[in-house]
Design a protein around this ligand. Structure first.
Ligand SMILES: C[S@@+](CC[C@H](N)C(=O)[O-])C[C@H]1O[C@@H](n2cnc3c(N)ncnc32)[C@H](O)[C@@H]1O
Length: 266
């Protein structure tokens, strides 16, 4: 019989009620699998935030520290507007291509500093990390996964985590050397550290005016600059992302993922 070439094969992919039944049955035992669909996990993170009683949003007490207070105000506003819910996967996707991470994923303990919303936690679950191995640390929390605390003085024991993620957070520090010291303290030898940060064509003064406080003098122009605070503790660099030279006049993303040497003293 002749093949009907005029048919649109994509139309045959449309889900019907029978498919919906299969999906519903599957999700009864595997509900976390819905997080594997990027748009769905953003929708769920947004919906959970909308349902939240604002009184359930806890904030870190900076005891009058103006950097903490300004950071909090700025990020509470961004949280309410659900800004950048889809951004964390930019770092988590390349992180999960590392063979060491793939091989040990079920046992690796992950800390994400500054997740802001639960979207970043859902990303980590979707990527295959076990929920019981994931902690977040932020000045804001409404989630059982996220501890309140300051990245300059983290409430964790030495050598607690195999992976530490710092996604678009260093820009809020006025002492980046201290943050790096803390990240090295709480991560293990052989641990993997993933950093993302914004590249901005704005001057330091313009950024400070926007934020309302003085920043660390460190400027991040390239992915290599993100490694500098960790000098002496960088073994393999697995991933670097720099802003394309033709795009330096707009906001962009710098990223780096590296492994600490295995023979560092624990
Ligand atoms: C721009 S958001 C990043 C959100 C998310 N990681 C992403 O990739 O889109 C920065 C987050 O860092 C948190 N943060 C800023 N300063 C911090 C500090 N000193 N200690 C812990 N978290 C901090 C903010 O509260 C905010 O949730």
């Amino acid at each position: 019989m002749a093949n009907d070439q005029s048919k649109n094969p994509a139309a045959s992919l449309a889900f019907g009620p029978e498919d919906a039944k299969i999906i519903n049955e599957f999700l009864k035992t595997q509900s976390h699998q819905v997080f594997k669909i990027p748009d769905v996990r953003v929708l769920i993170a947004q919906a959970r935030l909308e349902r939240l009683d604002p009184a359930d949003i806890r904030t870190f007490d900076g005891h009058g520290d103006s950097v903490i207070d300004n950071t909090l105000e700025h990020n509470l506003n961004a949280l309410k507007k659900a800004v950048a819910f889809d951004r964390p996967s930019q770092l988590i996707n390349p992180l999960c291509q590392i063979q060491y991470v793939q091989y040990h994923q079920q046992s690796l303990k992950v800390l994400t500093i500054g997740p802001r919303s639960e979207a970043e936690i859902f990303d980590l679950i979707a990527a295959g990390f076990l929920p019981e191995n994931i902690r977040g640390l932020d000045l804001i929390s409404y989630s059982d996964f996220v501890d309140l605390g300051d990245m300059h003085e983290m409430p964790y024991e030495d050598n607690s985590f195999d992976i530490v993620i710092i996604g678009w957070v260093l820009g809020y520090s006025n002492d980046i050397a201290k943050v790096a010291q803390e990240v090295l303290r709480v991560s293990r030898p052989n641990g993997v550290i993933a950093i993302g940060n914004q590249h901005t064509p704005m001057t330091k003064e313009e950024v400070e005016k926007n934020l309302g406080y003085k920043l660390d003098d460190t400027r991040f122009e390239t992915a290599e600059d993100l490694l500098a605070p960790f000098e002496g503790h960088v073994d393999q660099v697995y991933f670097r992302h720099d802003v394309h030279p033709s795009m330096r006049e707009r906001n962009g993303d710098l990223m780096v993922i590296f492994q600490r040497p295995g023979d560092e003293l624990a």
